[in-house]
Ligand binder design. Structure first.
Ligand code: SAM
Length: 287
């Protein structure tokens, strides 16, 4: 069934999908319902929906969860929902840019519980949004996110491939990532030019691979991973030397002490290698 309201509702209100805000609205109710059911919510849950749009996901979310806190940056859409009263009673709409939102405040709004997030956002802000989730991983239970297919595949890439990079490693350091389903362009109005995927990022329980590593210095890991991939064609030694974390000789000792060759490239390293190098760098700096 196609949502009556996607095209016609916009037209009636004199609104048009805003390209800059990445407004590609889901049009099939069963697809929205499938996405929501894959999130695995219960009536005890408060869910944060990011990018409410016309409410395609909001209504099934309101049926599956106890409460929905919906964030939307477009004031025209906020006005539309307020005027029409089109959203269920257990939905609270907040006019907010998610990139500026305070996760701590959202946790308070969620009754002090870690966040359960569903997001269908413009693909132009996927990267800052994903890094916001990575930075705020302690505040989050899980996030179910619509992404451009290529971006989603990058998050689950194997080491040694060109898709493997900073987001893959940083996400592996705090979450278990699973591709839940693919979504075709014809599921949206207007149709995007790319295929999409729904990805689940499970921050809780902490993945066993991460807990096996013990306490991770997240800020240092971030510097090391960014430095290593910043010049991914260079050897690890050359790439890390230009981070100025240590001089070249000390950096070489850290890499060797971590059981790696200085000539290796970043894309060959697993999360565990990056954590070992970070520890060796920290120890060297403290010695
Ligand atoms: N959830 C709806 C759906 O699935 O049909 C709408 C999805 S549409 C791809 C993205 C929505 O996110 C739009 O309504 C847009 O206005 C909103 N949006 C864009 N940037 C945002 C931001 N920084 N913070 C919150 N919402 C944003």
């Amino acid at each position: 069934m196609v949502y009556q309201n996607s095209k016609s509702q916009l037209k009636q209100q004199g609104l048009a999908p805003n390209k800059k805000l990445g407004q590609n609205f889901l049009v099939h109710r069963h697809t929205a319902q499938r996405i929501v059911s894959l999130a695995g919510l219960s009536k005890q849950d408060t869910v944060i929906e990011v990018g409410v749009g016309l409410g395609a996901l909001t209504t099934p979310l309101a049926e599956a969860a106890g409460r929905v806190i919906g964030l939307e940056t477009d004031s025209g859409l906020i006005r539309l929902h307020k005027k029409e009263g089109s959203l269920p009673d257990n939905v609270e709409l907040i006019h907010q840019d998610v990139l500026k939102s305070d996760l701590d405040q959202l946790v308070r709004l969620s009754g002090g519980r870690r966040l359960k997030i569903i997001a269908n956002l413009p693909y132009s802000i996927s990267s800052p949004f994903l890094f916001k989730l990575i930075e705020g991983h302690d505040y989050i239970d899980f996030a179910v996110v619509m992404l451009q297919k290529e971006v989603g595949l990058r998050l689950v890439a194997e080491s040694g491939t060109k898709e493997y990079g900073v987001p893959t490693v940083m996400l592996a350091s705090c979450a278990e990532t699973t591709i839940l389903m693919r979504v075709k362009p014809e599921e949206f109005h207007p149709r995007p030019k790319v295929d999409s995927v729904i990805v689940r990022l499970a921050f809780q329980p902490v993945p066993s691979r991460v807990s096996a590593l013990g306490k991770i210095d997240f800020n240092l890991l971030k510097k090391v991973v960014n430095g290593a991939f910043g010049q991914r064609r260079k050897t690890l030694l050359n790439a890390l030397s230009s981070t100025w974390l240590l001089d070249k000789q000390a950096m070489e000792q850290c890499i060797t002490a971590s059981g790696l060759k200085p000539s290796i490239r970043a894309e060959r390293l697993e999360l565990e290698d990056f954590v070992r190098i970070s520890r060796a760098i920290r120890d060297k700096k403290n010695s």
